[in-house]
Ligand binder design. Sequence first.
Ligand code: SF4
Length: 389
Amino acid sequence: MRHLYLHVPFCQRRCSYCDFSIAVRMRIPAREYVDAVLAELELVVESSPGWVNPGAMPRGSSEDGLDTLYLGGGTPSLLPPDALATLLTSLLDAFRATSSRDAVEVTLEANPEDVTPEHAAAWRRAGVNRVSLGAQSFDDGVLQWMHRSHDATRISDAVRDLRAAGFDNISLDLIFALPMELERDWARDLDLACSLHPAHLSLYGLTVEERTPLARWISRGATSAPDDERYAEEYLLAHSRLAACGYHFYEVSNAARNGHRSRHNSAYWSGHAYLGLGPAAHSFDGRARRWNLTGWESYRRAVAAGQPTVEAEEVLTDEQRELERLYLALRTDRGLPLDALCRPLPPTAALWVEQGWAEVRDQRLVCRPEGWLRLDALVRDLTGTPGAV
Ligand code: SF4
């Protein structure tokens, strides 16, 4: 396992569109969380040595040691800096990461309101070298509608504080395809994001998940549902705008300047194995996927009782693995090697090339932005399977 994910479930309130597994807390039980994650790691090492064997990794080896560590959530930036430092030191030691800590890509997801000069400096000292900032929009009205806790000014302040603390690998998350009545100016948001010169941008279209405030607003007609046409328009606008600012989309939703692709997420898209710790965290060993109990309390109790934290496991069939490999390859700018199809392009997929939605480059089928908008349909055409992955 060269890729480690930690789910930090705590948030101070729920955003209007979010259905993630979170625990809303005003006081973050940091000590309990750190103890629980480290205890879970011990349990995993004892009970499932096939999933992770940190002791077998040679110290200082760049080939076999930990390559990426990603703290996602929830809101990992709510962890007090000393708890974060304890956690990272213990994990990097457990995985015998190289003595040069920056050899491991250590990403912290942060909300702008949690970034202060003191926190940023402490995160850097603790070994964090990449921050993914949940900006979402530069429009204060939109941020309020989303139930975010920051305003637009706070985003640029956060980027400034992170840079001053030595972070040059900063990513911004933005959400697009918002309901029309918000009158969100997407081009303006893209320009403001570019003006901060982040190394990386992640763009997500708004989706309506059950049991969210957004779903309730839509069901009672208080807001309109996201619209496919608007989604496509804004997605294509992002491609042209960001390309003009020097960003390259290397995956459906992710664009980076040279040398700043997310190594952690790239490992997911390449089908590499990873270990997830914390409530709701997923793990994959190349053959089976498993996931932890989702609730913080049930997870904490299981760890305290020395019980397994795994809620369920799924062993992928050869067919599922093949479909997933194909889908993941087409999500990225590397595309799918034609010889992996073991047959000529089916006529329907060849039509995609004619339409300009995909191209064949160096014997690989690579989606263009218009193709990424229709990725599920392309996979269906290639495989003849009725449903998307
Ligand atoms: S901060 Fe992130 S995880 Fe927490 S509620 Fe908002 S979107 Fe969800």
